[in-house]
Design a protein around this ligand. Structure first.
Ligand code: SF4
Length: 187
């Protein structure tokens, strides 16, 4: 199922980002992962390699994973947009509308226990799906939000995006503390 979704994404031309991307980035990781990380969109390195969370933000991400006792292969990592917006600009509503059905299908196929939303855009997309009004990431990062779906219990943990540390190294401790919260939920 995830492979079929990835094949569709590779050929997708549903929004204008198909004109400027080098490689779509469907996401990668364990198809039965208990934890799914949802970021905003591929950046330069992700677009060049077709892989999520590589380059500087990827290094921070792997460091944070290790701090929580996790490995990249044990989780699934993706974004709300599968193609890079030019110059890493913010996603626009039409792009989010066009692309997020892929994310919805990925989450349904994986059926994780925990979804970590990385940054404002992912948080603002995921929380309203469960009737929760999103707040700015600066206010709700590190909170564990429990929701019950028809199928199972789901934990949503909004976090700062790892790229935050690449721009502002002083934020590293804040992120490490949030990831401790995630680690605590996995015991
Ligand atoms: S961003 Fe999403 S909807 Fe737009 S072209 Fe890429 S895969 Fe398709």
């Amino acid at each position: 199922m995830l492979k079929e979704i990835a094949v569709e994404i590779q050929a997708c031309r549903k929004c204008g980002l198909c004109e400027t991307r080098n490689n779509p980035v469907p996401g990668e990781g364990d198809p039965k992962a208990k934890i799914v990380f949802v970021g905003e969109a591929p950046g330069y390195n992700e677009d060049m390699q077709g892989k999520p969370f590589v380059g500087a933000a990827g290094n921070v991400f792997e460091e944070l994973l290790a701090s929580a006792g996790l490995k990249k292969a044990d989780v699934f990592v993706t974004n709300i947009l599968k193609c890079r917006p030019p110059s890493n600009r913010n996603p626009v509503p039409d792009e989010i509308r066009a692309c997020t059905p892929y994310l919805d299908r990925q989450l349904k196929a994986i059926s994780p226990d925990t979804v970590c939303t990385l940054g404002n855009f992912a948080t603002a997309y995921i929380l309203p799906k469960f009737g929760i009004r999103p707040d700015a990431i600066g206010k709700i990062h590190g909170q564990v939000i429990n929701v019950d779906t028809l199928e199972h219990h789901l934990r949503i943990i909004p976090m700062y995006h790892p790229a935050t540390v690449a721009y502002n190294p002083n934020m590293k401790k804040v992120l490490i503390d949030d990831w401790k919260v995630l680690a605590g939920t996995q015991k």
